[in-house]
Design a protein around this ligand. Structure first.
Ligand code: ADP
Ligand code: ASP
Ligand code: MG
Length: 469
């Protein structure tokens, strides 16, 4: 579709009736100029609330489930009352109640079973986006705009890795073009749920926490959009997390590769997998602030003159786990152990944040997100069950008291002395370095330290590299 704009609004941009009106105004403005498709997140904190409800249900806590259902309904009713009047309000409230009733049914199922089957969890937590898309589409329809809500379950086809699914691009393209294409041609304005999808045989899936960015980039790619705008609550992608570093500055332009590295290494402003679908087609992305829409934000493109020399940003993550594997017998090939471990990681769609090996005995370790730890260790236990049983491998060692620091920039390549300066800055803060990884592309230096030292190290590196505003 020619000149299509895909926009995505995050949880805070959808967080109240007032915020939704702001988002709707931005949609209306763009829709008046060009074909526009919008992907929305759930209202902020709603996905957490849904997950918490399912945890109460699993634990048999009926009271906890009921309290959360009341909170969920109230939050959306207040928003509906703030957005709509009269018949439109009544009709939308009925639609919201039906979606909430579906969620209540799944929660009751979990209560009865005493467990949370991953398939049911994915169906249940997609409810947040279904509610928010229903609200904003109804609000604009009531204003006379031809807006409508779409459940991405109908268009976004994924594999069956529940909770962390990956898109099947060709099948998604086919469905998205068949369902959204004619509507866009007719000048309609779709509001598509972020975060969720379904397998080819129709089972509900989700793309991982924060996955609405990824939904938007998948749809932008399959609809051949000319741009993707991601609306959030900060002025763009910054040299560090502004919550950790006071003088973090907004980056005017960065490359896909830089943005992807920042996202993978903890810059929450973008879901890690967002850039991949867009890079091949060179679709530019803007990260913009819905609270401050006049500021241009950050442009993410294939090549950027801004990249210059040296690092551009530093990110960190603390919800990570350092997993170490070590053969106990010299008969076991360390290389084969690595190969099988990587296979196990791939089978769970887990993302390796850093991987290092330095000893001749091929002890090797990798860093993953804690959210992926259980799936990974289960898979490793299964894959090496014989070796563990016969004592050919030491038990898997998991260290949770660690954090990751990543320094990113295309301009770091070939810059002698940079690593030395970074390590010196970190050691001045009395923070010990546990593991280091830098690929030969020199795009990122990843450093694993004790959790307590992460924030100090981020500030020290940000200052040492002169990244602040
Ligand atoms: P949304 O709900 O819009 O998807 P998120 O909360 O997922 O928004 O992401 C935006 C948040 O990311 C910001 O409020 C900011 O605190 C955090 N953040 C972390 N690192 C960075 C960074 N390098 N640049 C900008 N924001 C960052
Ligand atoms: N609502 C989902 C979450 O909170 C997806 C998103 O907001 O991107 O994880
Ligand atoms: Mg997000």
């Amino acid at each position: 579709m020619k000149d299509l704009l895909v926009m995505k609004f995050g949880g805070t941009s959808m967080g109240s009736a007032e915020r939704m009106m702001g988002a709707a105004a931005l949609c209306e403005e763009q829709h008046a100029k060009r074909p526009t498709a919008v992907v929305v997140s759930a209202m902020s904190k709603v996905t957490d609330l849904l997950l918490d409800t399912l945890r109460h249900a699993e634990g048999g806590d009926t009271g906890g489930v009921e309290r959360n259902l009341v909170e969920l309904a109230a939050k959306h009713k207040i928003c509906c009352d703030g957005l709509l009047k009269g018949a439109a309000r009544a009709a939308t409230q009925v639609a919201l109640d039906e979606i909430i009733a579906e969620f209540a049914r799944i929660s009751n199922g979990v209560l009865m079973l005493g467990e949370r089957p991953p398939k049911s969890v994915d169906e249940a937590i997609a409810v947040g986006e279904r509610l928010s898309s229903t609200l904003i589409a109804a609000y604009l329809s009531a204003k006379g705009i031809d807006a409508f809500a779409v459940n991405a379950r109908e268009i976004l086809v994924t594999d069956a890795v529940f909770g962390n699914a990956s898109p099947l691009i060709d099948q998604t393209r086919e469905k998205a073009q068949a369902i959204l294409g004619p509507a866009l041609e007719a000048g309609r304005l779709p509001f598509i749920t972020g975060f969720n999808g379904a397998t080819l045989d129709g089972r509900a899936t989700t793309l991982g926490r924060g996955g609405s960015d990824f939904s938007a980039s998948i749809l932008a790619a399959v609809l051949d959009a000319s741009e993707l705008w991601i609306w959030t609550d900060v002025d763009g992608i910054m040299s560090a997390d502004p919550r950790l570093v006071n003088d973090a500055k907004v980056l005017g332009e960065i490359t896909y590769r830089e943005a992807a590295e920042l996202a993978y290494n903890g810059a929450k402003v973008l879901h890690p997998r967002t850039l991949a679908p867009l890079m091949e087609k060179g679709i530019p992305v803007w990260s913009k602030n819905s609270f401050n829409p006049d500021v241009p934000g950050t442009r993410i493109v294939e090549d950027s003159r801004d990249s210059g020399r040296g690092p551009r940003a530093v990110t960190s993550m603390t919800n990570v786990a350092l997993v170490s594997l070590e053969p106990a017998s010299a008969l076991l090939s360390g290389t084969k152990v690595m190969a099988r471990a990587i296979d196990a990681l791939a089978a769970t769609n887990a993302e390796v944040l850093a991987m290092t090996s330095s000893s001749y005995r091929q002890n090797f370790c990798f860093l993953i997100r804690q959210s992926e730890l259980q799936a990974v260790t289960e898979r490793l236990e299964e894959s090496f069950s014989l070796e563990f049983a016969h004592g050919y491998m030491h038990p898997i060692d998991v260290d949770l008291d660690v954090g990751l620091l990543a320094i990113v920039g295309e301009g770091m390549k070939g810059l002698a002395g940079l690593a030395g300066r970074i390590f010196t800055a970190i050691s001045r803060e009395q923070v010990n370095i546990i593991a280091i990884a830098q690929g030969s592309s020199e795009l990122t230096i990843a450093i694993v330290v004790r959790k307590a030292g992460v924030e100090k190290a981020v500030r020290a590196v940000h200052a040492e590299c002169g990244l602040g505003g």
